[in-house]
Write a protein that binds this ligand. Structure first.
Ligand SMILES: NC(=O)c1ccc[n+]([C@@H]2O[C@H](COP(=O)([O-])OP(=O)(O)OC[C@H]3O[C@@H](n4cnc5c(N)ncnc54)[C@H](OP(=O)(O)O)[C@@H]3O)[C@@H](O)[C@H]2O)c1
Length: 250
């Protein structure tokens, strides 16, 4: 039994790796930082394969699949991702294209290829790390919110198809609000509300995934926030989210 985890070198991905190792899974750990992955592999009491790759490149996503296509991968965790803060007119296009490459294209490519493999093998779990940001427009983090919206819609749509497949293959979207990781440093923001612990986030994500839930919230209040955002007029949601994002500015 192996689990493939992207973005395993820090934050939520690293915690998911630690918890799956305790469940007895062998792990394939992917991110760009080989040193951090090796350090994690040394710490874990399970079989590990470390693959340093930049997944914002489509070529690398295909390469990763071809390296693993004959391995028994029972779980795919599409976790690698990042955000960036700023006015859309001013933020850097190249950084956003990389973000779309990682947050959208890598998730799309790996989901498709592993769904096919898992359907052939008759079993598997896919966990896509989306965000509460998927439920609302996100002024000042427009590209990030849009990428997470894609991840949520893709996951919900594929989940509906998989329910008719007659196979034990499921796909889930994990939708947390702020989590205490390196995410904020990379995005250039500070949290305006207290983040949840990354170990707790990973625990709730895996619980939901093993329960084959389609959309997973770490806390009840996150589900209520998403529900309220879906009921409120979209223009109002955009104003509220823009206000929240502005408070995150460093
Ligand atoms: N923290 C939050 O508040 C929060 C809330 C909702 C959703 N999320 C989502 O949770 C996921 C994990 O983020 P995190 O909070 O754990 O942040 P993090 O600590 O910054 O972890 C991000 C991970 O993605 C990897 N990564 C970044 N660029 C990559 C690339 N081009 N190719 C391969 N791997 C790459 C990083 O590793 P390397 O740098 O070694 O490549 C790292 O392992 C993301 O999808 C994020 O959008 C986070």
């Amino acid at each position: 039994m192996y689990a493939l985890i992207t973005g395993a070198s820090s934050g939520i991905g690293r915690e998911i790796a630690r918890q799956l190792a305790k469940h007895g899974y062998g792990l394939v750990l992917v991110s760009r930082d080989r040193k951090a992955l090796d350090k994690l592999a040394d710490e874990l009491d399970t079989k590990t394969v470390v693959i340093p790759l930049d997944l914002s490149s489509q070529k690398n996503c295909l390469k990763l699949y071809h390296m693993l296509k004959d391995k028994p991968i029972d779980i795919l965790v599409n976790n690698a991702g990042f955000g960036c803060y700023g006015e859309f007119a001013k933020t850097k296009l190249s950084n956003e294209l990389n973000m779309i490459g990682l947050n959208v294209c890598a998730v799309h490519i790996l989901t498709k290829l592993f769904v096919r493999k898992m359907l052939r093998e008759g079993r598997g779990y896919i966990l896509n790390v989306a965000s509460l940001a998927a439920f609302a427009p996100g002024p000042y983090m427009a590209t990030y919110y849009s990428t997470k919206s894609y991840v949520l819609k893709l996951t919900e749509s594929v989940a509906a198809e998989l329910r008719h497949s007659g196979k034990s293959v499921s796909i889930s979207a994990f939708c947390p609000g702020p989590v205490a990781t390196d995410f904020n440093n990379r995005a250039g923001v500070k949290f305006s509300i207290k983040p949840i612990d990354s170990g707790f986030a990973a625990y709730t994500a895996l619980n939901g995934m093993f329960g084959r839930k389609t959309v997973i919230f770490p806390r009840r209040r996150d589900g209520l926030t998403a529900f309220a955002a879906s009921l409120a007029p979209r223009r109002l949601t955009a104003v509220v989210c823009g206000h929240i994002q502005k408070r995150k500015s460093k």
